[in-house]
Design a protein around this ligand. Structure first.
Ligand code: FAD
Length: 472
């Protein structure tokens, strides 16, 4: 008997991971390098619309140096991303950042990001004071914690303003949250974005003391983040090769134009050709998933269409190290409180942060800046030269950088990051309930259970589980 055919639509990390999970036939693991091709219970085809796999994972060359132009690091405290890299044979290439010392750009220049914080919420009050990031009044307000209404959920910024004061939100929480979601603290849901904080906030007693206690337990748990030698941009092709070795058929240049439910499965139109599937996984961003589901699941499509996205641009600059002799570029980079209305949102000193990058190009210094966030995509209307000029102007003010880069690249990520406002998780639950009722379809990707790579991989595993073992 022919094996059921599952078509995965979208070849970003979610779609590729889903293909590996489905092909391995064990949703609890993406298979190992030794798993036998075609031994899984389903036949898998991946249809990626663009000419390459990876979506927001993208490598490129700037100044002759291979760097990431999209996502660059993954949380190591959650296992899914690291496990996927290992399953794809990249275990030996995992490498944590060489330095985790980040800074915050204040009116007085760069100040160290205080240790012991959870998404900017301080745990170590002595470190917070020493960092100089907050004014004496801001510090006093953090010490003077006040009760705040939390309920089932609340926007992080609003809740913390009540509990610890506005300054800590503006100067610490907002920049850290902005780095992950490119969103606004006053909109993003605690439950969806930082569930750990929700749990700590519900405990009786001081929130900062609860974070301090959590921090002391986590110190021994190894690196917080991991990267890959050669960049995370190398992950998609490795996972694609791994899924192929497990028997999956993966195709680029196959944009799916239409999807229709049939009595015994699905009819898919991709690149002008039709194919059939017993089940589908939608691993595309929410607006594209909505368009494909409109005909057969209009209520789910309407929910998906309400998920908003932030757009941003990354400017990667390559300098000659010799030109930077007088510039103090230390640590992994700095975050910028949006309240200060600078052009850039953050800068990563890539050659400091990644040992592999420094080793591969010792005479060059690569750094990148990010611009734009949710509701503020004016930056994306500017041309490349202007984005570079604004980045250089801010770098000059922040760290006195006056050198001219010998190469530059601007990468625009229009609708790059989904937003998780209060109510997001309920919306996602409604989407899944409606699709479960339709049957033989699952969704995964950044729009659902978290935007970080491990969460995206977990959502792929969940989609594979739902299709391999319906009813679980
Ligand atoms: C600039 C930036 C930096 C980031 N940095 C980090 C980081 O350092 N660490 C981290 O953990 N996370 C980071 N993220 C988040 C993370 O990279 C993403 O959430 C994740 O990669 C999304 O994966 P995905 O597979 O869900 O979606 P995508 O990567 O968007 O993949 C979706 C794929 O579907 C394809 N597609 C769309 N429509 C169709 C169609 N109709 N038919 C066929 N194919 C289609 C697209 O071409 C794309 O390849 C970053 C995100 C951005 C934008």
């Amino acid at each position: 008997m022919a094996k059921p055919h599952v078509v995965v639509i979208g070849g970003g990390v979610a779609g590729l991971a889903a293909a590996a999970f489905l092909s391995a036939g064990r949703a609890e693991g993406a298979g190992s390098a030794g798993s036998a091709a075609g031994s899984g219970p389903v036949r898998v085809t991946v249809l990626e619309g663009s000419g390459r796999f990876g979506g927001k994972l993208l490598g490129g060359e700037v100044g002759g140096v291979r760097v990431d132009l999209g996502a660059e690091s993954m949380l190591a405290r959650r296992p899914e991303g690291v496990e996927l890299a290992r399953a794809a044979g990249l275990g030996e290439l995992l490498e944590p950042p060489s330095t985790a010392k980040a800074a915050i750009w204040t009116a007085e220049g760069l100040r160290p990001l205080p240790g012991g914080q959870l998404m900017g919420v301080p745990g170590d009050l002595a470190a917070l004071r020493e960092s100089g990031v907050l004014t004496p009044e801001g510090l006093r307000r953090v010490h003077d914690e006040r009760p705040a209404e939390l309920g089932e959920d609340a926007p992080i910024g609003r809740y913390l303003t009540e509990r610890l004061g506005r300054e800590v939100v503006d100067r610490l929480v907002e920049p850290l949250l902005g780095g992950v979601y490119a969103g606004h603290a006053d909109e993003i849901s605690i439950r969806a974005a930082v569930p750990q904080l929700l749990e700590l906030a519900r405990r009786p007693g001081s929130l900062t003391a609860a974070i301090a206690e959590l921090g002391s337990r986590a110190t021994a748990a190894g690196p917080v983040f991991n990267g890959l030698r050669g960049g995370l941009g190398t992950l998609p092709d490795a996972v694609a090769a791994h899924a192929r070795a497990l028997g999956a058929d993966l195709r680029t240049g196959h944009p799916v134009e239409a999807l229709r439910r049939t009595p015994d499965g699905w009819r898919i139109t991709a690149a002008g050709r039709e194919l059939t599937a017993d089940a589908v996984v939608l691993a595309v961003p929410a607006p594209q998933a909505a368009a494909l589901l409109e005909a057969d699941a209009s209520a789910a499509a309407a929910e998906l269409r309400r998920i908003e996205y932030a757009s941003m641009a990354l400017v990667t600059l390559a300098f000659r190290r010799a030109d930077l002799a007088d510039t103090p570029l230390t640590g992994s980079g700095f975050l910028v409180p949006p309240v200060d209305r600078r052009h850039i949102k953050a800068s990563t000193f890539s050659s400091n942060k990644w040992g592999w990058l420094e080793r591969s190009a010792p005479d060059a210094f690569l750094l990148r800046t990010s611009l734009g966030r949710h509701h503020e995509d004016a930056a994306l209307q500017l041309d490349d030269a202007e984005l570079v000029a604004r980045s250089l102007a801010d770098l000059r003010t922040a760290v006195g950088l006056r050198a001219t880069p010998y190469d530059r690249a601007v990468t625009r990520w229009t609708d790059g990051l989904p937003q998780y406002p209060v109510g997001h998780l309920d919306r996602v639950a409604r989407v899944r309930t409606r699709l479960d009722a339709l049957g033989a379809v699952a969704v995964c990707g950044a729009a659902y259970d978290g935007v970080g790579i491990p969460a995206v991989v977990a959502s792929a595993r969940r989609a594979a589980t739902a299709l391999l073992t319906p009813g679980t």
